[in-house]
Design a protein around this ligand. Sequence first.
Ligand code: HEM
Length: 496
Amino acid sequence: MTPESHSPTGTDGPTLAPPPGCPAHGTGPGGLRRLYGPEAEDLGAVYEKLRAEHGPVAPALLHDDVPIWVVLGHGENMHMVSTPSQFCKDSRLWTPMLDGAVKPDHPLMPYFAWQPICAHAEGDEHLRLRGAVTGAMSTIDHRGIRRHINRATQHLVNQFCEEGRADLVGQFAEHLPMAVLCEILGMPEEYGDRLVQATRDCLKGSDTALASHAYVMEVLSRLAVRRRARPEEDFTSHLVTHPAGLTDDEVREHLRVVLLAAYETTANLLANVLRMVLTEPGFRAQLKGGQMTVPEAVEQSLWDEPPFSTVFAYFAKQETELGGQRIRKGDGLLLGMAPGNVDPRVRPDLKANMQGNRSHLAFGGGPHECPGQDIGRAIADVGVDALLMRVPDIRLACAEHELRWRSSIGNRHLVELPVTFTPKSQQDIMERPSVNPVRRQHPNDWEISPERARPTVPAPAAPADEPASAPTPSSGPEPARPSGVLRRLLRWWRGE
Ligand code: HEM
């Protein structure tokens, strides 16, 4: 990116370019706005200023005043991710990286540094690596996973339901995705506080991030070695045995990508949806009244607060034009999900309900579009639904303005979500399906998702190897029912 390309017209007019480094304007060299430091505490506001000044693609500065384009328009973001002939994710093309402007200790280096993973690959290599990931994902039993999400939710709620208060970030949103991912990857025994803390630590980049990263990689390496020696029926085994022939390093790196990308985003999504339900009265009323389902609420949250606000980064493979800007070969561009989702050309009224519309940018798009989105959605849909069913009178335990957020260019997430509710007794998470439906305490509360349209059974799942003939009712005598119904219920329960 060069100074003369900073103006939408190609000539830097005086109104667009305050003196270099002018503190009064909160800008850096070349009059460009910074996406870091005190000027960028409210990045949403910075993006709107950039949009007003430059249109749908704007020049800005990353840490160390490294230049980058921010793609603010919905259509421009879609065009960029869907045009691999012009834009790719290979940072080895990035001019500031090649000319040494990006130093090895740049704070964003972990995101920029090229790695042999599908998220950075392109062409045939991307197809090979991504094919192995999506091939392994296609073997996931989605019904079984939904039951696991439900059971893990019951387990987490049991830990705090008798207290009448909880922090839904620390005690719920940060745990549920890890419990589910450990199950998917094939290491349920590794799920626990240590892995949750270590993964969070890696992502925060704290002083202990390196040690935490080493611990996570050790867990994943052990898993990969075990499955290479003896494959089972899980994601990791299918990744190892996929015909793409991933090496041990590639398997480990892709387990890391899946674990870290899936964990952080899904934890953010859960916290965001719960915050929205708790603080926006219209939402809660619509959910209770049945005008909105939890999956629709999740989709609305993906529009309003995408779990990744931007993705580092796309790179121009040749000179081109985007959103009226002249983009040079080797320029870097931030995929702007948060600003793209509020582009006034697609959302003139930000308060309008998106009614389950899925054309937001939260999962990116094009060849790199998130392959795990159904899993992320399932964790949020089932987890939020099941939580609200257990504690329907849940409410925020502080004023909304007291909620604290942590922001970076990559994401913005809640630090805590304190809630109170009427204390509840624990629920037996190993209860078996009952043909005698258990009455809920609040039959109309949260009676919303398609999940609820299914046979009414207590939340938890029976072990998969349960004998087919003996579903013990969890309460009351078993009423006489046609055995066909029972068999169908059991088959559904097992996901057969
Ligand atoms: C709400 C949850 C999630 C969100 C918001 C999300 C978002 C994203 C985004 C924005 C990208 C980059 C797209 C691009 O560069 O154009 C991505 C890529 C990816 N995501 Fe997700 N993700 C989520 C959950 C998951 C889950 C659950 C998994 C796996 C189980 C997963 C696995 C991946 C992988 C492997 C890639 C790289 C794909 C490639 O480059 O070809 N994600 N995700």
